[in-house]
Write a protein of this length. Structure first.
Length: 318
């Protein structure tokens, strides 16, 4: 970890203070053995039958979409997040550089962070369409294409929920960045909200030539099938854990296992039981557990497959 990343505010705000969850490793260790093993990736306890110590690894998890710059700006010390990631065996994340400041931060961060596997993207968020110059990201991506940590273009896409007045500009930007992904031969991370038909139309050509991920998928089975038919990958966020997200839960149950990625989209969308709090990559364990449970799958099997999918999608060493 870079030295400057270790610095955080002396006192984190209370909503973002990370408390041990009942299933957290340090808790388990403390409860059963009285031992404290900081930073371990194991769960330990004593078997009542044998009285012998057993150790269980959490499965490896990778966060396919996070805004760690925004998490840190919410006064969460990075050290706290890093400790919790180690406990939950979160191996790293894709840091999203979707505006000029974020891409500079992302490049610097990923090139200095050695404790986790951190890679970044370059994109342009649809909510900025028509407000700022979208060409800066295109130039930045071209200039940094040899950086091994720059692994995808995104997030880019369409958001007609918030951006009804900028549909024309959003379409232009989305088209330009889709072309960029093809030019640079990088996968594309797509943000789409209330814009299913237009999204399908734009990615249908791109999906034949590069991998496309529907990040923070929020639709139902029908929309998901449309994307899957194009060969897209589907990324589920903490929303899937929300009580009323019935259609999304159903989609997460039926999505082919080799097409699933998971993400925090931190600092937003913290999964239950942290809903409403500042999100961070370590909490993705709760999203993984929820989907594995919905699918009646062993958590290890589910996480191992998602890990493989992530590695393949971004073409990264993790
Ligand atoms: Zn995002």
């Amino acid at each position: 970890m870079a030295k400057w990343l270790r610095q955080g505010p002396a006192k984190p705000l209370s909503p973002v203070r990370i408390r041990p969850t009942p299933e957290s490793p340090s808790d388990e260790i403390g409860r059963h053995t009285g031992l404290k093993i900081p930073g371990t990736q194991v769960r330990a306890g004593s078997s009542p039958a044998s009285g012998r110590l057993f150790i269980l690894m959490n499965p490896p998890i990778f966060d396919s979409h996070t805004h760690i710059d925004m998490v840190i700006s919410k006064e969460v010390p990075y050290q706290t997040i890093a400790d919790k990631m180690r406990e939950n065996n979160v191996k790293g994340f894709i840091q999203i550089g979707s505006d000029a400041d974020a891409m500079l931060f992302s490049k610097q961060f990923c090139n200095q962070e050695n404790d986790f596997h951190c890679y970044y993207t370059v994109g342009f968020h649809p909510s900025d369409a028509g407000k700022t110059d979208f060409n800066a990201g295109i130039l930045f991506a071209r200039e940094n294409i040899k950086d091994k940590n720059l692994v995808a273009i995104g997030e880019v896409g369409l958001d007609y929920y918030y951006g009804k007045n900028s549909m024309k500009e959003q379409l232009e930007v989305f088209n330009k960045y889709t072309e960029l992904a093809l030019e640079l031969k990088k996968p594309l991370c797509v943000h789409t909200r209330d814009a299913h038909e237009d999204t399908l139309q734009i990615i249908s050509k791109a999906a034949k030539e590069t991998k496309v991920l529907i990040h923070c998928f929020t639709g139902g089975e029908k929309e998901m099938r449309d994307y899957l038919e194009l060969g897209c990958y589907i990324s589920f966020s903490g929303i899937v854990t929300f009580n009323k997200a019935e259609e999304l839960k159903q989609a997460s149950k039926t999505c082919p296992l080799d097409k699933i990625l998971i993400e925090s989209d931190a600092p937003f969308l913290a999964p239950v039981p942290y809903r409403g709090k500042t999100n961070h990559p370590a909490l993705i364990l709760h999203t993984a557990k929820h989907i594995a449970q919905l699918r009646d799958l062993d958590l290890n099997d589910f996480c191992n497959q998602v890990y493989k999918n992530t590695k393949f999608f971004f073409n990264i060493e993790i």
